[in-house]
Design a protein around this ligand. Structure first.
Ligand SMILES: Nc1ncnc2c1ncn2[C@@H]1O[C@H](COP(=O)(O)OP(=O)(O)OP(=O)(O)O)[C@@H](O)[C@H]1O
Length: 286
């Protein structure tokens, strides 16, 4: 796998919070989900990558080149979608598009019209008349209309209904089918990542907890449900385990050992949410 974007040693300090040497890569032909609790540092990381905020240390390379030295070509190569689009409410979609299109070297009006049609958006509508879902679709249409190689999105699906989220995933897959592309997006909708993600990057309290292939994670973890009281000395087999008066439920990545010790327990496949929760303890990393 070829890294398209490499983030190395990113540091950004706010009072009471620090991105602390954040490093990870976004690979070509991969949809990478960026997960973590509220306040973990997802938006701060994305804004630092996009240079919307300054950072104190760290390098960001796109196709092996420092983006500070290739600012214009990096901007041309990425499509960006935020939770709330940065739009002027009083403008029509066409007026807003014209403003944005002029800053890209390879704007493709045919592609833009295609997406506007596909999303049932009217060019003469004003931004203020768009619902949340329509705004996201408009953002996506803009992000996909200048031959971007990498889509970077911060919670693009927050507050959207399941049907729009399904459509969103279909568009991402269509984008990826072109080949040589990559998507990086933060979300709390982990069930979408079960369907769409190839890689997962998890951040907690400003530090990367893991950067893994999703299928590998799902393959190497199991949700274990057993009866009775869990012996204290076996707790270390679990990333997180909960005991009730009826039995215990926990996520393990030591599946063979757990099967040996709990032959009567039920072993179920995990979801991205199970993995995420198993790495968090009441908002703090284990
Ligand atoms: N402009 C700012 N000034 C001061 N602190 C900030 C600023 N922006 C973010 N922070 C702090 O940085 C931390 C990380 O915030 P960030 O928005 O990156 O988290 P997040 O993972 O995107 O959270 P969420 O899932 O809730 O969107 C939080 O503690 C937040 O309060």
């Amino acid at each position: 796998m070829q890294p398209l974007l490499e983030v190395e040693g990113l540091k950004k300090t706010y009072p009471g919070f620090q991105l602390n040497g954040v490093s990870f890569s976004i690979y070509e032909d991969c949809i990478t989900g960026f997960i973590g609790a509220n306040g973990a540092g997802k938006t701060t990381t994305i804004r630092s990558i996009l240079h919307l905020i300054s950072h104190e240390a760290g390098t960001i390379k796109f196709k092996g080149k420092d983006i500070l030295k290739t600012e214009k070509s990096f901007k041309d190569s990425i499509g960006v979608v935020f939770d709330e689009g940065f739009f002027y409410d009083e403008l029509t979609l066409t007026q807003m598009k014209n403003l944005i299109a002029s800053s890209y070297s390879h704007w493709d009006n045919g592609a833009y019209t295609h997406y506007l049609d596909a999303f049932s958006l009217r060019p003469d509508q004003t931004i203020s008349s768009l619902s949340r879902g329509m705004k996201m679709k408009f953002s996506l249409a803009l992000a996909l209309s200048h031959h971007a190689e990498l889509l970077i999105m911060d919670e693009p699906t927050s507050g959207l209904d399941p049907l729009v989220r399904k459509q969103f995933i279909e568009i991402l897959k269509e984008f990826m089918d072109q080949g040589g592309k990559a998507v990086f997006y933060s979300t709390h909708n982990t069930s979408d990542l079960d369907k769409a993600a190839d890689m997962l990057v998890m951040i907690d309290n400003g530090k990367i907890l893991f950067e893994e292939d999703k299928d590998m994670l799902l393959e190497t973890h199991r949700l274990v449900k057993g009866k009775g009281l869990l012996p204290a000395e076996t707790k270390k087999l679990f990333l997180k385990v909960e005991q009730t008066k009826y039995g215990f439920t926990g996520v393990t990545n030591q599946v063979e050992e757990a099967r040996r010790i709990f032959p009567d327990a039920v072993f179920e496949r995990v979801t991205v949410e199970d993995i995420m929760l198993s790495h968090m303890k009441e908002g703090k990393p284990v």
